[in-house]
Design a protein around this ligand. Structure first.
Ligand code: SAM
Ligand code: DTB
Ligand code: SF4
Length: 329
């Protein structure tokens, strides 16, 4: 099935409208989300991405969820920026394992120029393998975004994480506006935007609505919207947070799909802790991208065999690179 055009994309959602979507009877919400999904995508294809931490831990930021913040005692060992060749070897292996997109993440507030030089080489090399490329390096300015674009970068990931109201309870070392400024720099450089957030951080329904309405009302919808379920890591400020009802997670995916129908909605962190049945509901609600491989950045992700079994049980197949690229057109 090829993508068909649908109603024009909206950027004028009100908070009340989005909260009302969250409160729909579950079946009505999922039906609306699946309908929107089928207007733009093949409902039985899911994009496979691979993630690599190219610089781990020791981060100066205080994000309350993050095991890589230097402010928390966690099991994460800090390491320096990897060598270009080491990253390219990992990317080759990911391609051989069937990934069509390769994402590289660094535990930085923002990249230093010398570090960016090396990341530019990584992007060039991964792109030359025919993989879609994505990096997440913290805050970037216009010049840095342009250098990454020139190297062949397809997507820049930078999350808003939560609603503007709840944000201050999660991060104090950079502002919501800092994040919006980075997103504008990325967009102005002609890069595709990958931007989403985390749920299960003790926020309420209004905050989940506030995150999604902010994303949907950006001048352009992010082409990729990662929805992470908090992975609770011992030692971080959010360890011990009351877990989110899995059906409220599914609702978040469904509302993201309805608000941003032509974007890739990525079922990101938290799959290792989720049942196969919850993941199946996420796909039904319109999630069409996942990270594969045994690790996210520092935490566990399902083993390849579990994902292969799940795809088999659900009759899902990996999305070809060309179909994923259409979402970014
Ligand atoms: N340091 C850069 C930054 O924060 O801009 C890039 C890497 S950072 C680890 C990328 C994203 O991972 C964060 O924005 C957050 O949404 C997500 N993340 C980090 N720790 C997480 C956790 N424990 N559970 C779920 N998502 C998490
Ligand atoms: C995103 O939104 N989720 C990914 C990716 N962007 C870089 C990262 C998830 C990290 C989960 C915690 C960890 O493994 O350290
Ligand atoms: Fe640092 Fe990114 Fe973790 Fe925040 S989310 S502490 S910026 S690595």
């Amino acid at each position: 099935m090829t993508a068909v055009s649908a109603a024009p994309l909206r950027h004028d959602w009100t908070r009340a409208e989005v909260e009302a979507l969250f409160r729909l009877p579950f079946n009505d919400l999922i039906y609306a989300a699946q309908t929107a999904h089928r207007r733009h995508f093949d409902a039985n294809q899911v994009q496979l991405s691979t993630l690599l931490s190219i610089k781990t831990g020791g981060c100066p930021e205080d994000c309350a969820y993050c095991p890589q913040s230097a402010g928390f005692e966690t099991d994460v060992d800090a390491s320096k920026l990897l060598a270009v060749e080491a990253v390219l070897a990992e990317a080759r292996a990911a391609k051989d394992a069937g990934a069509s997109r390769y994402c590289m993440g660094a535990a930085w507030r923002s990249p230093k120029e010398r570090d960016l030089d090396r990341v530019v080489e990584m992007v060039r090399g991964v792109k030359a393998m025919g993989l879609e490329t994505c990096v997440t390096l913290g805050m970037v300015d216009g010049d840095q975004a342009l250098r990454l674009k020139a190297a062949g970068l397809d997507y820049y990931n930078h999350n808003l994480d939560t609603s503007p109201e709840y944000y201050g309870a999660i991060i104090t070392t950079r502002t919501y506006q800092d994040r919006l400024d980075t997103l504008a720099a990325v967009r102005d450089a002609g890069l595709n935007v990958c931007c989403g957030g985390i749920v299960g951080m003790g926020e309420d329904l209004d905050d989940r609505a506030g995150l999604l309405v902010t994303l949907a009302n950006l001048p352009d919808h992010p082409e990729s919207v990662p929805i992470n379920l908090l992975v609770q890591v011992e030692g971080t400020k959010l360890a011990g947070t009351a877990p989110l009802d899995p059906l409220d997670f599914v609702r978040t995916i469904a509302v993201a799909r309805i608000l941003m129908p032509a974007s890739m909605v990525r079922l990101s962190a938290g799959r290792e802790q989720m049942s196969d049945e919850t993941q199946a509901l996420c796909f039904l609600a319109g999630a069409n991208s996942i990270f594969v491989g045994p690790k996210l950045l520092t935490t566990d992700n399902p083993e390849a065999a579990r994902d292969a079994r799940l795809f088999d049980r659900l009759g899902l197949s990996p999305m070809p690179l060309e179909s994923a690229a259409q979402a970014a057109e």
